[in-house]
Design a protein around this ligand. Structure first.
Ligand code: GCO
Length: 252
């Protein structure tokens, strides 16, 4: 059960944190995984770790917020690696400022990377599968901020709420091609991304007391769910978002 033997996976934001945990889990389950990241050194370090499990794993440097270049980038990618059965959209950014302090460029940057790039890349990915009559599984990485707001999360939360609806829209559009689209909504997870949050003692204590399971999450809490959603045992699951949040959304 829960095998991804022989599958090819693409993970954006895959060189650290949640993306890397997912890349590792997919690879351990049998997939050959290509990660996309902006930082060359982090890409190489992550790819080295993945290659210890599967030598076919690899990393590609690309900035997904450059949305007009995604189409060309993706066609280059499939010429090099072949089609991808699995796509994980994990690349993301935030601007932690009160709404009236956010500049238009900062807003656009978050929406572009978190939402628009995921839409364009997923569309290119689906097109390549549809024209080759191949099934596929895509996962969007959402957030608690698609459901609830905290001060300083407006751009980020709007992008994630959009992404959660995109999961449903794409799932419905592509179901007839046996292309499934689901979301994973991580709770508060300790990564580079949340470092400013967990290094803040008051905030960190708030997370622990607010989370029924009583702790911050780790990236390793996320990877296995991606394996499950992508494998054939989940073949009737599409359009769903699974929150992995220690019970955060279930309590108030
Ligand atoms: C932020 C956000 C993120 C996540 C949170 C819950 O300020 O960057 O709140 O940290 O959304 O981890 O999913």
């Amino acid at each position: 059960m829960f095998t991804l033997d022989g599958r090819r996976a693409l993970v954006t934001g895959g060189n650290s944190g949640i993306g890397f945990s997912i890349a590792m889990s997919l690879t351990r389950a049998g997939a050959s995984t290509v990660i996309i990241g902006r930082n060359n050194k982090k890409n190489i370090d992550a790819a080295n770790l993945l290659q210890k499990i599967n030598p076919l794993c690899s990393a590609e440097k690309f900035d997904l917020s450059d949305v007009s270049k995604i189409q060309t980038f993706y066609s280059r990618l499939i010429k090099k690696y072949g089609l991808f059965d699995i796509l994980i959209n994990c690349a993301g950014a935030t601007v932690r400022k009160r709404a009236d302090m956010i500049g238009i460029d900062e807003w656009n940057n978050v929406i572009n990377l978190n939402l628009t790039s995921a839409f364009i890349l997923s569309s290119e990915w689906a097109k390549s599968l549809i024209s080759n009559n191949r099934p596929g599984s895509c996962i969007m990485i959402i957030s608690l901020m698609s459901e609830a707001a905290r001060p300083t999360t407006s751009a980020y939360g709007v992008s994630k709420a959009g992404l959660k609806q995109l999961v449903k829209s794409l799932a419905v559009d592509w179901a007839k091609f046996n292309i499934r689209v689901n979301g994973i909504g991580p709770g508060y997870i300790k990564t580079d991304f949340t470092e400013p949050l967990y290094k803040n003692r008051d905030f960190s204590r708030w997370v622990v007391s607010r989370t029924p399971l009583g702790r911050w999450g780790n990236p390793d809490d996320i990877g296995p769910a991606a394996v499950f959603l992508c494998c054939d045992d989940a073949k009737f699951i599409t359009g769903q978002t699974l929150f992995i949040d220690g019970g955060w959304l279930a309590s108030f």
